[in-house]
Ligand binder design. Sequence first.
Ligand code: FAD
Length: 453
Amino acid sequence: MSAPHVDLFVIGAGSGGVRAARMAAAAGASVAVAEEARLGGTCVNVGCVPKKLMVYASHFRDEFEDASGFGWSTPPADFDWPTLIRNKDIEIQRLNDIYRRLLEGAGVEIVEGRASLESSARVAVGERRFHAERILVGTGGRPRRPAIPGSGLALVSDDVFALGELPERVVVIGGGYIALEFAGIFQGLGVQVTLVHRGDLPLRGFDDDLRTAIRDAMSERGVELRLGCEVAALHRCAAEVVATLGDGTALATDTALFAIGRDPNTRGIGLEAAGVDLESDGTIRVDEFSRTSVENIFAIGDCTNRMNLTPVAIAEAMALVDTLYRKRPRAMSYADIPTAVFSQPPLAAVGLTETQAREESARIEIYRSSFLPLKNTLSGRQERNLLKLVVDRETDRVLGAHMLGPDAAEIVQGLAIAIQCGATKTQFDATIGIHPTTAEEFVTMREPLPDGT
Ligand code: FAD
């Protein structure tokens, strides 16, 4: 039997692959998508969605604690991890089904199994073969394990979502957003958490004021921070996992979790043989139109390691479909992409950090506000919010907005529109606040910090 021909063969039904497949089919292309695991990819199954559900679960602890200052007396709360996992799984299955319906409704053929390239125009999935005019690689990434003794004794983020029971103690290894989010989830659920990170501050790439503030807030909440430390080895000792740190000290725990980064899923699927250039870390090299070194092979999302976020993978897919199937060629812009960390407290940012802005210009003004939110007056919680604007004194443009505190992600999403539109500080100041809110601080900060503060 001859191999069927498709206009576009998509490898990976994750955030980017599903969007590209659906939109290309809607534009008239014949499309097949291969998926070796579950539809929806990382975000739906082992990323954004289940993570955020767990963040919600762990937040209730704060609410119970804060309630008494407002007159509530609550019975001692009890938490059941298997219930959370079961309900989360039901929701994920619902989303998997929606993805299936969306793809099938658009006329996309779903091919279950691991795809690999036999040439630049031929894809194999198990026994099946496809001829493709174009191939799109959207294979995402997977959690990294370090090459240290006993590394297999630790979990990675994928494992947490299927964990049978909640441990009493967890050592989280890493200082990026996934490490902080899991540290917050576990701590909120009553687990004793230690975070080991080789840097002096977590969240490299975020504004230093936020990094310092989240370090202090996590520590205040009871997360033990071992900064400037690396885990050199893990070994099992009876029921415990023992982490040996670079300084020779040992940490005994029930569960260790590596959250030290992710590697692209690009090896062993015939990319190199087809002529696709990879970086030494396996990232697929693409041009601004997501085209690889092979004319008819494209790549989007985490496997290209441009900005590893779901909305970015989706936006790359939309730009690609416009370029290839709608006669509207366009490159994706990576400027002013807002991002959040659902740590506890959460933080979010858009635009330049103070350090980045100062590298580009000497005319930077900083507006900063650190204050106790109204809710914390009666709750007695001492946690402060931090808000910060980075402004170009000459053009008056707001170059960056940064926030740590409840609802940071919801607030910064709105600010991202203003910054994307090139809003000036004068326009921020002319905006009337909504009182009493935390967000109104962004339009009422009048005095820049003295230079050098
Ligand atoms: P993926 O969604 O990873 O999809 C790739 C798919 O390809 C997978 O389903 C995989 O099974 C499949 N595949 C791989 N190889 C093959 C093959 N050879 N054949 C067939 N199928 C294959 N982003 C946010 O924006 N916000 C968040 O809050 C957020 N939280 C996160 C939390 C965690 C714990 C993690 C791990 C990630 C999080 N992310 C978040 C990142 C986000 O999940 C990714 O950026 C996004 O999923 C990338 O989409 P993608 O299409 O590139 O790949």
